[in-house]
Design a binder for this molecule. Sequence first.
Ligand code: GDP
Length: 140
Amino acid sequence: MAVERTLSILKPDATRRNLTGQINARLEAAGLRIVAQKRLWLTRAQAEAFYAVHAQRPFYNDLCTFMTSGPVVAQVLEGEDAVTRNRDVMGATNPANAAAGTIRKDFAESIEANSAHGSDSAENAAVEIAFFFSGLEIVG
Ligand code: GDP
């Protein structure tokens, strides 16, 4: 295993219900360090650009509407095997399928409002981190 960085987003359903601290505690307990973090309200154009890979999916429009429905917290997580570790802590996309004790099992409202985003590969993590953060904003 190597020390990696991954992009995490605490989604509008999490900020709306004041859950960011509880979710951060789960991430930190799993050995992930929050080496950059900021709260922002995505514009429609920003959400569409971030999720451009899903542009052909039937849920793309709804997803962009949801992701612009309130503030999000974007963060860079650092740790051993951070990409996989974060996805393990998050759990499956659909909370109905998520394992016990995962963020999505315990906090998600639906397959769409599922509280957290995590990059799915080291390659995508690098692109997604650069979407939100400059190098100067990441303090390891
Ligand atoms: P992730 O990597 O686990 O976040 O899942 P995906 O990359 O497949 O999907 C991106 C995001 O789109 C998910 O986290 C959900 O917020 C949303 N999403 C995925 N599948 C569906 C779906 O079937 N319906 C709706 N409304 N949203 C979905």
